[in-house]
Design a protein around this ligand. Sequence first.
Ligand code: I3P
Length: 126
Amino acid sequence: LFLQSTQAEKMVEKEGYLQKAKIADGGKKLRKNWSTSWIVLSSRKIEFYKESKQQALSNMKTGNKPESVDLCGAHIEWAKEKSSRKNVFQISTVSGNEFLLQSDIDFIILDWFHAIKNAIDRLPKD
Ligand code: I3P
């Protein structure tokens, strides 16, 4: 499995904790449910782990998979109107999945927004 992915794809660009709510799956609206997620950005995907980083690392050995988001053709935009919380942006994927990400801390959410936007802008749109 590791042999199939290039070094560039495996490179982690940013990781950390944010508040996450998945609001659509395959175009179908979901009930909003915020939770803390450990988020790993690499060049073409984001992985969302439900657990702490430590827990996630130990789960990897048992084959537990994070939710993976393909950034090819994805959109990112600020989404003030989608939440009563401050600092919320939305990621929408080609497959019709939608996620809200949020942090109360301005510089943290700004850093994430730009890192994800840069990753998307570098990728082919299809
Ligand atoms: C939702 C919950 C969310 C809230 C959402 C509520 O209620 O309070 O935190 O989103 O508002 O519907 P429930 O737990 O009963 O599902 P925000 O925190 O982002 O405002 P919404 O319906 O306006 O999205």
